[in-house]
Ligand binder design. Sequence first.
Ligand SMILES: [Zn+2]
Length: 134
Amino acid sequence: MNLPPPAVNADSREFWEAARANRLLIKRCDACAKVFFPPSYLCPRCWSDKTSWLDSAGKGTVYSYTIMARAPAPEFAARVPYVVALVDLAEGPRVMANIVGPHALETAVGEQVAVCFEDRSDGWKVPQFQRVPA
Ligand SMILES: [Zn+2]
């Protein structure tokens, strides 16, 4: 598969550079302690610009999911059907990612998942999740 690389910007560069090293970064507000995702310059709760990066353990619970049956772009045609899920990380934030790996299409709400890193072009990687056997 030749999937597109991530769209990197000033707010997300550190996140994507960490993903290249198999690390999942989230952010924590130094003013109000809210842990949040996606990464942004300002805290989404108190608008402070005093925020820090935090390494997530990459463990989460499936909050909801859908199965994509039609590719949103030609690059994804070989991938369908695939799972897009909302995953509640143990640290608090809810992230959207694909559930990949064995039996991904059997994903269920409430199930435990763990982060994995999917290779893209030029060494970029995208954090995705795999089901954790019960
Ligand atoms: Zn805050």
